[in-house]
Design a binder for this molecule. Structure first.
Ligand code: NAD
Length: 357
C-alpha cells in the first residue's frame, strides 16, 4: 500500500526553446518577444563567434567579455555600471555557469531581464539562484529577477567543450538530480524531473563521450541538464551542494570537477538512510543500486576521481568540515557530524572507494 502524499511544490516559470543549430534566430525572436531595443551581450572569447552572429542580427548596445569563475563582486560591479551606462534593456548571456552567473549579478540590482544561451551543462539558466564572491567567501541567494525569461538550448554549442569539461559539467548536472532527492524541499514532482534527468544525462554523456559527433547524445545531455536544474531549483541545495559550495567558494576548487568527484561519497553516505531515494536512483541508473549505477556511469565516461588532483590540500580538510557543518540542511535524511564530513572529504581528496564511506 502507498502512503498518502503530503507536500507543497513550486515550479519556477520557464520558457525553454530547444533546437539544434538555430541559436541565433531563436535569440532574435526571444529579444523581440521582450520588446527589447538595447541588448547587452555577455560572452567570453570561447563564444566570440556566436556573440558576433547575435551582434550582427540585433541592436547591441554593449558587448561584455570579462567573466570570472564564481562572480567576483568587483567584476559584477563593473558589469552593472556598464549595463546602466549603456541603458541595456535585455542581457543575452552566452556561455557556461560563470557567464550566466554574471548576467544574474547584473539582473539582481538592475532588474534587466536575461535570455540565457547555455554552452555547458551547469544548469544555472533554469534557477533563480545567484552567487557572488567577496574576500574568498561565496554568498548565494535566490531572487526572481535573476531567473532567465527564456532559455535557448542549442546542442551544437556544446561541441567545442573539451572532453574533460563535458564529463565534469555533465556530472555537475547529474549532481543536481541526485541531491534533489534528499534536498530540503524534495517532493515527488521534482523527484520525477530528477529521475528522468538522470536517465537522459546517463544516456547522453555515454553517447557523447563514445562519439563526440553524436548529435542526439548532445540533445539528451542538454535536455537532462534542464530537467536537473529544474529539479534543483525546486528542491533546493542538499548536502552535496553545501559541500561543493564551500569547496569552491573558500578553496577556489573548480566547480564542475568538484561536483563530479564529491557526488559518489555523498550518495554512499546518504542512501542507507534514504530508501525511497535509493530505489529511484537504482531505477534511473538501471542498476542494482544507486551507487553502483553512478559508479558505472563515472567509469564509462572517465570521470575525475580525486580532489587532490584539483587543488584541494589535505591540511584544509578539518577547516572545510567545520565550515560545511554550519550549512548542513537540518532535513538531511542521515544525521551529519563533523567527523562524517571529515571522512567524506578525506575520501574525496584521496579518490578512495566510495563504498567504504
Ligand atoms: P564556466 O562557465 O566557468 O566555464 C568553464 C570554462 O569553459 C570557461 O573557461 C568557459 O569559457 C569555457 N566554456 C564554456 N562553454 C564552452 C564551450 N561550449 N566550448 C568551449 N569552452 C567553453 O563553468 P561551468 O561549470 O559552466 O559553471 C560554473 C559556475 O556556474 C560556478 O560559478 C557555479 O557556482 C555556477 N552555477 C550556478 C548555478 C545556479 O543555479 N546559480 C548552477 C550551476 C552552476
Amino acid at each position: 500500500m502507498t502512503a498518502s502524499l503530503t507536500f507543497t511544490h513550486a515550479t519556477l516559470p520557464a520558457r525553454v526553446v530547444f533546437e539544434t543549430g538555430r541559436a541565433v534566430p531563436h535569440v532574435v525572436s526571444e529579444v523581440g518577444r521582450l520588446g527589447a531595443q538595447r541588448v547587452m551581450v555577455i560572452a567570453t572569447a570561447s563564444q566570440a563567434e556566436l556573440a558576433g552572429a547575435v551582434a550582427a542580427a540585433l541592436p547591441v548596445a554593449l558587448s561584455w567579455t570579462e567573466v570570472a569563475p564564481h562572480v567576483p563582486v568587483e567584476t559584477a560591479e563593473r558589469a552593472r555600471r556598464a549595463a546602466t551606462d549603456a541603458e541595456a534593456d535585455v542581457i543575452v548571456a552566452i556561455g557556461g555557469g560563470s557567464t550566466t552567473g554574471l548576467a544574474k549579478a547584473v539582473a539582481l540590482t538592475t532588474g534587466i531581464p536575461i535570455i540565457a544561451v547555455p554552452t555547458t551543462y551547469a544548469g544555472s539558466e533554469a534557477t533563480d539562484v545567484w552567487g557572488l564572491t567577496e574576500n574568498g567567501r561565496k554568498t548565494t541567494g535566490t531572487d526572481p529577477r535573476v531567473l532567465p525569461r527564456a532559455i535557448v538550448y542549442d546542442p551544437d554549442l556544446t561541441t567545442t567543450l573539451p572532453r574533460d569539461l563535458t564529463v565534469a559539467s555533465g556530472l555537475n548536472a547529474l549532481a543536481h538530480c541526485v541531491d534533489s532527492l534528499w534536498a530540503p524541499r524534495a517532493d515527488p514532482i521534482n523527484a520525477a524531473f530528477a529521475t528522468e534527468g538522470i536517465r537522459a544525462l546517463g544516456a547522453g554523456l555515454r553517447a557523447v563521450t563514445a562519439s563526440p559527433a553524436d548529435g542526439s547524445g548532445r540533445s539528451e545531455a542538454l535536455l537532462g541538464t534542464y530537467l536537473a536544474a529544474a529539479a534543483f531549483a525546486s528542491a533546493g541545495s542538499g548536502l552535496h551542494h553545501k559541500i561543493c559550495h564551500a569547496l569552491g567558494g573558500t578553496y577556489g576548487l573548480p566547480h564542475a570537477e568538484t561536483h563530479a568527484i564529491v557526488l559518489p561519497y555523498v550518495t554512499a553516505f546518504t542512501v542507507p538512510a534514504a530508501p525511497a531515494a535509493e530505489r529511484r536512483l537504482a531505477e534511473a541508473f538501471g542498476s542494482g543500486s544507486g551507487l553502483s549505477g553512478l559508479q558505472e556511469l563515472r567509469r564509462d565516461v572517465g570521470a575525475p576521481v580525486a580532489l587532490r588532483d584539483h587543488g584541494f590540500r589535505a591540511e584544509d580538510i578539518p577547516e572545510a568540515a567545520r565550515i560545511i557543518l554550519t550549512a548542513v540542511p537540518a532535513s538531511h535524511p542521515r544525521p551529519v557530524a563533523e567527523e562524517d564530513l571529515r571522512a567524506i572529504l578525506t575520501a574525496a581528496w584521496a579518490g578512495s572507494p566510495a563504498e567504504d564511506i
